[in-house]
Design a protein around this ligand. Structure first.
Ligand SMILES: Cc1cc2nc3c(=O)[nH]c(=O)nc-3n(C[C@H](O)[C@H](O)[C@H](O)COP(=O)(O)O)c2cc1C
Length: 170
């Protein structure tokens, strides 16, 4: 599968089979995160792999009851371990770095036939308590990982001419 096929065909999965995720597939997904770029190549991140059923349920509760999170056999919680670093452009490095890694995770998972769903709606304090995450570490996102139990959804996107301009902002 080429990159554009993965980008254009993947969609968020919000229903999962109980089928476990093979270890080699999980490792490949985590490798995709490890190899992703980061600001000054600092790699200030940690990816917590959660398989424990009770913990997954707790994470689903921390994500305001999005129960499909707990139904997937694996949840990856993506954290920035150095949240103070601000890039010259004014953006916090950890948010950008961890988001790129999550995008790579999602695309790699898709190539392997696995579904994911970027989760941004969660209570960070609750998530940190559940996973024993230190105070200074920030939770940027989480995603369930598993075999989708739903057909892919059709993409709804703005047209290119609505989001692209040339030479100057229009
Ligand atoms: C930053 C971010 C936060 C998101 N948070 C959630 C979430 O908490 N729950 C959810 O079901 N989907 C969440 N999504 C998924 C989006 O709703 C989804 O990507 C978007 O509707 C486009 O659909 P697609 O992923 O199927 O292409 C999030 C996506 C992003 C990028």
């Amino acid at each position: 599968m080429d990159v554009f096929t993965a980008i254009s065909q993947r969609s968020s999965a919000r229903a999962y089979k109980v089928t476990p995720v093979e270890e080699d597939k999980l490792n490949k997904i985590l490798e995709a995160a490890r190899l992703s770029p980061s600001s000054s190549n600092r790699q200030e991140w940690k990816f917590i792999v959660v398989k424990n059923k009770e913990t997954r349920k707790k994470l689903a509760n921390a994500a305001f009851g999005q129960s499909f999170i707990g139904e997937a056999p694996v949840v990856i919680v993506a954290c920035g371990t150095e949240s103070k670093s601000i890039m010259a452009c004014g953006q916090p490095a950890h948010t950008v770095d961890v988001s790129i890694a999550c995008a790579f995770i999602i695309l790699q998972a898709y190539e392997l036939g696995l579904g994911t769903c970027w989760i941004g709606a969660f209570n960070e304090d609750e998530t940190k308590k559940i996973l024993n995450i230190p105070e200074h570490v920030r939770v940027v996102a989480m995603t369930p990982v598993g075999y989708p139990n739903q057909p892919p959804t059709k993409k709804s996107r703005k047209r290119l001419d609505q989001i692209v301009c040339f030479e100057k902002y229009e």
